[in-house]
Each structure stands twice: as C-alpha cells, then as structure tokens.
Design a protein around this ligand. Structure first.
Ligand SMILES: *Cc1c(COP(=O)(O)O)cnc(C)c1O
Length: 368
C-alpha cells in the first residue's frame, strides 16, 4: 500500500455539509461563506476576513489592495511555491529576492536588512512565507519593516494555526493570505482567504474580488471574480473545527520522526526555534548527499515524498527573464538537499515506523 505525502482529512461531516448546500439550492457565495469568513478571522485573530477562490488570488488581491502596481519592488523569498512571486508579477511588480536561513528555510532577517539598507526607500512591500508551517522570525521582520515603513504581507498558505510567541501567524502583517488547497493543513477543495485588521483595506479586497462593486451592477473600479462558493465554505467550516487536532497530530508525527532520525549523521532533521509553534505542513529533512537516491528508493518502496522546491524561483524561466542573475546560495543549496516525508494527520503508527525503517536501511546500505 502506497503511503501518500498528503491526504485531506475528510469524513461524513464534510459530506453532510456539502449535501446541505446542494439541498438548499444556493451554491455560489452566500451565508456559508460569510460564516466561514467570520469563524476563520476569529480563529486567527484578525478583524476582517475575505474568502477567495484560491490562495494565489488571495495573495494577488492583498497586494493589489495595498496599492502594488507596475514596476513596484516587492521583497520575497526565492524558496517557496511559485505563487508567492507570480502574485507579485501579476500586479506588474518586480520580485526582489531575499535569501533564506538554511536552518529554518524562511527569509533571513540579516539578508532582509542588507536589502533594505541598500534599497529600502524603493521597496513597496515585503511578502514573507511561513514555509512548511514554521513561523518566520516576526520580531526582527516587523521591526525592520516598521523602521522603513514598508507593509508586510504574510503568505500563510502552509501555516494555518502556527504561532509565533503565542500569536497566530496571519495576524502580524498589514494583510495575510491563506490557501485551502487539498494538500494544505485544511481544505475547501480550492479556496483562499485574505485577513486584515484594516477596515478600508478589507473593503477594497472585498470589492476587488467581486468585479469592483459594493452594490450589484455598480462597478467603481476594475475588479475580478475571485469569490469562494458556499459549497467550499461549508467544507471549510467543518475543516476549521478539526484544524487544532490535525495540527497536533502533525506535531506528534514530527516528534516521532525527530526522535528516530535526528541521530543519523547523514540526515538533518527540521529545526524548531523556541519562538515557534509549528504546524508541520511538511516535515522536511536535508541530505547533503544522495537526496535523489533516497527519492528513487522511496519511489521503489511506494513511499510518497515531495521536493519542495527543486527549482528556486530566481531560476524559473519566466522570473529569471525579469530579475536576471542573483546570488541566493542558501536557497540554491536547500533546493538540492531537501526532501519532505509524509507527516499528515491520517498516518498510522505502523506507517510512520515503516518510513523510519526504510530511511534507516537506506542510510546504512544506500550510501556505498
Ligand atoms: C499553496 C500555496 C500558495 C497558493 O495557493 P493556491 O490555493 O494553490 O493558489 C501560495 N503560496 C504558498 C507558499 C503555497 O504553498
């Protein structure tokens, strides 16, 4: 039996919730979206919540709403999913990459400081990513951002419920964006959410995702249709109730792996700084050598794994054409060394043990 790298945690309750929407005959955006927005905003600790069609549109609209436009510069990490940078480029803006800390995989505050010292007055926003469910060092990032008066947008697509010093990520920046894709810590099928404490910004986002209108058929500016459906929201409200338990299981699975794998010299297990309560969207190990051999071995043994991400964003063709050559050695080396193994909440004890046994076997046998 194949062990998948991710699996959505769904049962009868989601089925019943979807059935109720179908029975109601109201399928598009309605009261269930409003309820999901309220519940999710309260859970994270943000005053305004705007549900969207996916995480990419949530990022794009958050950037648009704070005024990012043609040729603006927005700092982000090169070691993330493409949407963190493509959403910047969809605004006509230019991503300025900031290298990462290879221990945490998140943006390195010292590298950020160097960029801001050199170019701070021309940077319009900082888009940070809490990668793999590990919060960024928010004290350092917010103090730099405040010093230069630059708004921070948080990409929380992998970090639903993660906490930095007891406060949930998604509540620090000017706005934040979540994704509810089926591989994430909670899902609505496709779906996303923008959170903000700024009422005006929230109103702007709500209009932007709905054809630039407050009142039906009266359009104040160019907008989009990026609305969530009530079907998706009904799933989301059920998933939100399970989120804390799912995240707890992910942490327990990660603890098991740490315990079993951290003494293997050829493998680096993930580091959790003391400011962080992570939610292990991914459990990512590093191998200085033989990463791809372990991946092939997992293919043979039908163990799901992921390489997030094999090509850092400055090397992606359409982005490289815009930003040219840059020097991001930590993102480059991590992209060669990382391998994520199954950590999702539905894994059984035997499956975790099986993964561990195979890794131990590989480290003894596979390195010759
Ligand atoms: C998944 C993801 C997104 C995009 O979300 P979609 O819902 O797939 O559009 C953006 N950023 C990061 C870091 C992600 O992991």
């Amino acid at each position: 039996m194949k062990i998948p790298i991710s699996k959505p945690n769904l049962d009868e309750e989601e089925k019943n919730a979807v059935q109720a929407v179908l029975d109601s005959g109201f399928l598009a955006q309605g009261k269930r979206v409003a309820k999901f927005e309220e519940d999710f905003g309260r859970y994270i600790g943000a005053k305004q919540a705007i549900a969207t069609s996916n995480g990419t549109t949530a990022l794009f609209i958050a950037l648009k709403a704070i005024g990012i436009s043609q040729n603006d510069k927005v700092v982000t990490t090169p070691f993330t999913f493409v949407a963190s940078a493509s959403s910047i480029m969809q605004c006509g803006a230019i991503p300025i990459f900031c290298d990462i800390d290879p221990q945490t995989f998140n943006i390195d505050p010292d590298a950020l400081e160097r960029i801001l010292k050199k170019d701070g007055s021309s940077i319009k926003a900082i888009l940070i990513v809490h990668l793999y469910g590990l919060p960024c060092p928010m004290d350092e990032i917010m103090s730099l951002a405040n010093q230069y008066s630059i708004p921070v947008i948080e990409d929380c697509a992998q970090a639903h419920g993660a906490e930095y010093r007891g406060k949930k990520v998604g509540s620090f920046g000017k706005a934040s964006a979540f994704s509810f894709y089926p591989t994430k810590n909670m899902t609505t099928g496709e779906g996303g959410m923008i959170l903000t404490n700024d009422e005006e910004l929230g109103k702007k986002c709500r209009m932007l995702i709905n054809h630039g209108s407050k009142k039906r058929y009266y359009h104040e500016f160019l907008g989009y249709n990026f609305r969530m459906t009530d079907i998706a929201a009904a799933i989301g409200s059920v998933q939100l109730k399970k989120l804390d338990d799912s995240n707890q299981r992910r942490r327990a699975n990660a603890n098991f792996y740490n315990h079993e794998l951290s003494s293997i010299p050829k493998i680096e297990t993930p580091v959790v700084p003391d400011y962080a309560l992570p939610v292990f969207h991914q459990y990512t190990i590093k191998l200085k050598q033989h990463r791809d051999d372990l991946a092939s071995f997992f293919d043979q043994k039908e163990i799901g794994y992921g390489i997030y991400y094999p090509v850092p964003l400055h090397q992606q063709k359409f982005i490289h054409q815009i930003v040219g050559n840059g020097n991001y050695p930590m993102a480059d080396s991590c992209s060669r060394e990382v391998l994520s193994i199954p950590v999702h909440p539905l894994l059984k004890k035997e499956e975790l043990e099986h993964v561990v046994d195979l890794i131990k076997y590989f480290c003894q046998e596979g390195f010759n």
